[in-house]
Design a protein around this ligand. Sequence first.
Ligand code: NAD
Length: 461
Amino acid sequence: MRITIFGSGYVGLVTGACMAEMGNNVVCYDIDEAKINRLNAGELPIYEPGLEAYVARNMESGRLVFTTDVKKAVDHGLFQFVAVGTPPDEDGSADLKHVLAVARSIGEHMDEYRIVVNKSTVPVGTADKVGAEIRKALKARGKSVEFDVVANPEFLKEGAAISDFMKPDRIIIGTDNPRTAELLKSLYEPFNRNHDRVICMDVRSAELTKYAANAMLATKISFINELANLAEHFGADIEKVRLGIGSDPRIGYHFIYPGAGYGGSCFPKDVRALAKSAADSGYDAVLLNAVEDVNVRQKLRIFEKLLDHYDGELKGKTIALWGLSFKPRTDDMREAPSRVIMEALWDAGASVRAYDPEAMEETARIYPDQKGLELCETAYGALEGCDALVIITEWQEFRSPDLDLLKTTLTEPVIFDGRNLYDPGLLHTMGITYYAIGRGNADADSNLPYGRRKMDNAETE
Ligand SMILES: NC(=O)c1ccc[n+]([C@@H]2O[C@H](COP(=O)([O-])OP(=O)(O)OC[C@H]3O[C@@H](n4cnc5c(N)ncnc54)[C@H](O)[C@@H]3O)[C@@H](O)[C@H]2O)c1
């Protein structure tokens, strides 16, 4: 089938590459000329495991083409996928300017029937606005061309985007037109081989489903983080509590890892956007606002622990930081907890020596010429001359470090672990001062059978 994708970011690029991999002819369009030039030169603008091979293979076969020619893009696909950003506006609502700009472009250039498939995360009612924008552009040309607008939200996770797209848990198709639903179903048929993953519904329910999913996941994280803070007050170990509650199948073990707060391009903005939509419709979304408040506070927990340890005086300290991306296996730094912590450290007069396997380039782009920031080539290199180590992102290479080397390289053996990666008992016997999340005074001389956190590699935030 012939597919056009507007937006060549995390979602657009993965959608394009995976659709081409299944044999479709895909044109990816983006307004960012530099991005398209890089892609045409065989360079990936983002880090996503496995994506490079997919893009290269399908470009070579001619099934995946990148362009900045909007007419060519609209002419190409029966399916016009919208995968552009919906960043937060100043008031927290989703800014639809990119989505509506795409709608305008489609209306300005289409000459025959098109199915506009919205993959961007958008508030309920956006499909109607997209339809109105297309009609307006058509009218300005004196044209009348049939089209449909479908809500088809995307659920892929950065870091596992290819496997999420190729083997989705569900494919939500929101349309009131049965013929369009059938066309979408046949497009997704190859991703559906083992059992039917398509769930068809009306457009508004499909739009809300995406926000509901992200809000639920964010709620789980804020819930366990709140409990982690309580565990510290009560002298309990949240990792034990997590296992204790996870054993109830109604709760489950998934996605209840306490940490440094959720970040990324989705949860924070989507929770805020849903709460704002609710407020605009006259409903006070008490729970959603609390989920956001808990998260804002949680991003500073590690900084507060640093302040406590150094009696409120961080001026002149040098802190090593492992992990900059908002989660492992991505270079995405949007709303990353590392940014909040680094900025708080700089404000307090401390310096940071940071290391991340993939997000250093992005960090340098966000903080050009930042005083008090040194990006280091290796994890152990980052420790040199530092007073303490802070761990923010649970990259696998941080899970089993050389603790002897770590201890001797730091000026003082102190670790602030925002992801509960280590066994507090072991670190204590090694003489390393260890602060974790929700593990009471993990440094105390205690006989508690602490132990390492067991976690599923495939499912961090
Ligand atoms: N990143 C994720 O993990 C994820 C997962 C599910 C859903 N989403 C949603 O998908 C959407 C896209 O997210 P993303 O992370 O891929 O964003 P992104 O910022 O990585 O990419 C968006 C791209 O759209 C381009 N663009 C902007 N205006 C355009 C226009 N008028 N025409 C063509 N291209 C245009 C930008 O240049 C950019 O390359 C958002 O609504 C997001 O909430 C993201």
